[in-house]
Design a protein around this ligand. Sequence first.
Ligand SMILES: Cc1ncc(COP(=O)(O)O)c(C=O)c1O
Length: 397
Amino acid sequence: MSNIESLFASRLDEIPFSGIRKVFAKIRELESQGKEIVHWEVGRPDFDTPNHIKQAAIEALNRGEVHYAPNHGILPLRKAIGERTKIDTGVDVDGENQVIVMSGANEGILVAMLAFVNPGDEVLVTDPNWHHYKSITSIAGGIPVEIPTSAEDGFKIKPEDVESRITSKTKMLCITSPGNPTGCVQSKENLEALAEIAIRHNLLVISDEIYSRIYYGDGEVAPSIYSVPGMPERTIIINGFSKIYSMDGWRLGWTVASPELTQCILKIRQYTTVCVNTFTQKGALIALTGDQTCVDDMVKEFTKRREILINGLRSIPDITVSDSLGAFYVFPNISAYGLSSQEMADYLINEYGIATVAGSVFGTSGEGHLRIAYSCSTEECARGVEVLKKALAALRS
Ligand SMILES: Cc1ncc(COP(=O)(O)O)c(C=O)c1O
């Protein structure tokens, strides 16, 4: 080991570089050679941020709103987030004392873990899952404990699989519904069963609801564990503006938790990013309180793309795909083709210009699958299905 390497923090050993970065690098290489790519790799909407939201931020900037905001965010925005949470979960939320505006949902997860996870604490995370959960647990000094889920059960988090992994060190259960990479939604009944376990074992729950309004089931929003009696006192909701308002580059998210938990999170937050800049919060305020037609329009567009993808994939021999009732991901099983998920992802990008992410990037239970993000245009989705049909026909022959 060189002298410099001996200075690296040991927590770096626990966290890999994201497998998705490799896909981005490959795409840059192929596009620089003039190749046309089907962009099914990126987990963010392709839409521009709606104009009224941009205008509100521009006006705030022009008014000189360029100074520090309160650590927990500007009050009108916290109140608007409280009201939105009431609409989504049916639970009264006091925006003044229960909400913190974060620099993206990701900061919310990090700060919440730093506030509650002690070194050696175990954190239950589903597998496959958005890989940040495992890495952020490790950064906080915790130990991620995986709960496997499978396509056969629609990626349901089985209560018995949670129960059997609980030890005296278990501190927290992380639920992402709708899920990334699967797009699958945990049913209300299942969330009730998970809530019963969390209450009985005195666990905290992180409920990542960033895709909850991109939902194709009954009603306008996916079920939330926060709605289950007894859960508001032990749940930290993670949510944000990146997906539903197409504001990923703005870096705006939030946490909702009890006043007591919120104080703990705030304590850490005052020493991380301190606060979110003021003028972007003014844009976010209009996002939540203004006309919601932009959300309806986006969800309508995603609905069309989902149908194209699910119907297209189901018309291809030897592919199975779950219903994926939320987010903008489908997670087909391609294992019948005899390639690993990474080999299949490499074949598709190298030979046919189709960019996906190998399921193994999201955990061992993701093996045999590909994550397809239908966050590119509807036309590109339809073209992608045709190219995919050719690519897989060539493999079969
Ligand atoms: C499940 C999940 N949570 C949180 C995030 C991060 O969102 P933000 O852009 O608000 O940090 C993502 C982004 O892909 C995600 O998939």
